[in-house]
Design a protein around this ligand. Structure first.
Ligand code: ATP
Length: 210
């Protein structure tokens, strides 16, 4: 099995590229989705968050009010770190457990971890290679504003908590540039997929030797 760490900036197009690679036959584990699952009502992480922030962080159905939580932590580094320390280890455990199931089912699987903060969290050792979905900052801001209907200021706050996407390039084994039309992105995803095949540039075991 080969594990690809798919990362990028917020709204750079990770899900878009993940979907393309899934169509090619890759398996996908989405860290954001797992992060939502581990804080579902009565899970240990949910309990820790309620003990920490009180019942006022809950919606009437007892689920965590994610927009309220985001408002609190995105403007307070200490709170963000505390939240991460509650959520990240549980996501890591789920990733490892689910990967084991996939490996048993399909030992030749290409498995994608979609982890927005892979580089910031120094989780590269979990993956065989890092694939960065890149867009220049201005495109990133425009797409994020449009998709989530956010003000420029709200977008800037979210970006403050991420490494600049230009700096992330240094940590990437491969880059897909998602700044142009989706057909261009698809073409690059196709080329990347071909390089994973036996004999290809990123075929298992060859990354460390290049
Ligand atoms: P997040 O960081 O929030 O998980 P993401 O990196 O997964 O986001 P996407 O949701 O895939 O990013 O894309 C962000 C937005 O940009 C979406 O609204 C998507 O439809 C749009 N988008 C992605 N790629 C392109 C493209 N090449 N051209 C135009 N719009 C695009």
């Amino acid at each position: 099995m080969q594990i690809i760490g798919l990362t990028g900036g917020i709204a750079s197009g990770k899900s878009t590229v993940a979907k393309m690679l899934e169509e090619k036959g890759a398996y996908l584990l989405d860290a954001d989705r797992l992060a939502r699952e581990v804080v579902e009502p009565d899970q240990p992480a949910w309990q820790e968050i309620v003990n920490w922030l009180g019942q006022s962080i809950l919606l009437p159905d007892q689920s965590i009010d994610r927009s309220k939580l985001a408002e609190l932590v995105f403007s307070n580094q200490q709170m963000l770190e505390r939240l991460n320390s509650i959520v990240h280890p549980r996501v890591g455990t789920r990733l490892v457990a689910l990967s084991k199931i996939i490996r048993e089912k399909d030992p030749d699987a290409v498995l994608i971890y979609d982890i927005p903060l892979l580089i910031e969290a120094e989780m590269q050792s979990l993956v065989d290679l890092v694939l960065l979905v890149y867009v220049p900052r201005e495109i990133q801001i425009a797409r994020l504003q449009q998709r989530d209907n956010l003000s420029r200021a709200a977008v800037e706050i979210r970006l403050q908590n991420q490494m600049d996407i230009e700096d992330k390039k240094k940590y990437a084994d491969a880059v897909i540039d998602n700044s142009a039309h989706l057909t261009e992105t698809y073409h690059q995803a196709d080329q990347f997929w071909d390089k994973l095949k036996p004999g290809g540039f990123y075929a298992h075991g060859e990354v460390d030797q290049r």
